[in-house]
Design a protein around this ligand. Structure first.
Ligand SMILES: NC(=O)CC[C@H](N)C(=O)O
Length: 380
């Protein structure tokens, strides 16, 4: 998002119907879609929601970025394997990443020649392009001391190493949606959204849809001890890293009293953790949270929870939803009415998740879209 200087939209080929993805992708600007994980990796059993799945839905040519750090001629077998795996997915170009030397580059290019897939560029191994990671992925862009310097260096390296004209020439029109697909309706009219390094996981497409549907959105920073606008009908606490800032959140009185006085509050994952009575951080220290739900979470006891979720709400939301879970925090206590009956991507029941307490609701799941009629298609 920071690199494109615009809004990036998450296109999810498992959670969203093909027409929904096609309408989200429509526009007059060149579209570069960054894939997640390997090209064919997705939900079990057959990789629904993979980047390849998305490429089929939008008719996208695929540029394969290959980590060649530990290979020479074998790169041709890898590239051929990807190119022949699915005839509906066209590998239109290759970019070689982490090349060791000019000699290494020559070996790789020679080995790839018989495949007749254009090599658009070769980036040499350099510390300049390393981005630090933490649990859940890269350290968030807004938390870098000198993000502009990193982006400018990366832009220079990539534009020197990659034939950008050839890359742009691969672009072709995406498939258009032939049926309109209504998005998730806003859950309230005047929505205050928490937004900072502790609560940064709101999906831009959801916020845009709510705005387009006529909702008023405002933003506040719990870390800067800001309160939501007092006339908000709903406070939305998105996911994020409350466990890294728990002491500060616990002492930010304007934030705490502002959210406690709100008409209703909905939290996802990190936001749900903040709605509990207490949060135990990595060092085992307990921090008082908002106390809106009878919930105690711990980041001291960690376990990876990762996967798509089909969500049937018992309240708060209307209609079934598609979402996912991605967190390490665990639940020590959750008492009360559950928010969702949850199933995984293979339709196996995961039981009830989340909590509703009057006008307060939340769970560890992130909503991606409403469930559409064809969401049981095997193609997703
Ligand atoms: N997805 C989230 O909001 C993650 C919550 C928290 N940072 C965890 O890893 O458990």
């Amino acid at each position: 998002m920071a690199a494109s200087d615009g809004t990036c939209i998450n296109l999810d080929a498992w959670a969203m119907s093909p027409p929904r993805i096609q309408s989200l992708a429509q526009g007059n600007v060149p579209l570069i879609v960054e894939g997640a994980m390997g090209l064919f990796d997705g939900a079990p059993p057959i990789g629904q929601g993979s980047t390849a799945n998305l490429a089929r839905i939008l008719n996208l040519p695929v540029v394969l970025v290959l980590d060649v750090a530990s290979q020479a001629q074998s790169v041709a077998a890898v590239a051929a394997g990807f190119a022949n795996h699915d005839p509906a997915v066209k590998i239109a170009g290759l970019i070689l990443n982490k090349v060791g030397s000019p000699r290494h580059e020559t070996m790789l290019r020679r080995a790839l020649e018989p495949l007749e897939i254009p090599v658009l560029g070769a980036l040499y191994r350099t510390k300049t392009l390393n981005m630090p990671s933490r649990h859940l992925g890269l350290v968030q862009a807004a938390e870098h001391a000198d993000l502009d310097l990193f982006l400018n260096q990366a832009a220079r390296l990539v534009s020197d190493a990659v034939d950008l004209d050839a890359l742009m020439a691969l672009m072709q029109p995406t498939k258009c949606a032939d049926v309109a697909q209504p998005p998730l309706a806003p859950p309230a009219q005047n929505i205050a959204v928490a937004s900072d390094a502790a609560f940064a996981f709101a999906y831009p497409h959801i916020l845009r849809d709510w705005r387009d549907a006529g909702a008023t959105l405002s933003f506040f920073s719990p870390l800067a001890d800001q309160a939501p606008v007092p006339d908000a009908d709903l406070v939305f606490l998105p996911g994020g890293y409350p466990e890294l800032h728990a002491a500060r959140l616990a002492s930010n009185s304007a934030f705490l009293s502002g959210v406690r006085n709100a008409a209703s509050v909905y939290g996802e994952c990190g936001g749900y953790m903040a709605m509990g009575q207490g949060l135990i951080d990595a060092d085992g220290t307990r921090h008082q949270m908002l106390g809106l739900l009878d919930l105690e979470t711990s980041f001291e006891t960690r376990k990876l929870h990762l996967g798509y979720r089909r969500l049937s709400p018992y309240g708060f939301w209307q209609g079934d939803l598609m979402g996912h879970e991605f967190h390490y925090a665990t639940t020590l206590r959750a008492r009360g009415q559950p928010l969702f009956a949850a199933k995984d991507a293979e339709n196996s029941s995961l039981g009830d998740i989340g909590l509703i307490n009057g006008h307060y609701a939340g769970s560890f799941a992130h909503i991606i879209d409403r469930q559409s009629h064809d969401s049981t298609d095997t193609n997703r």
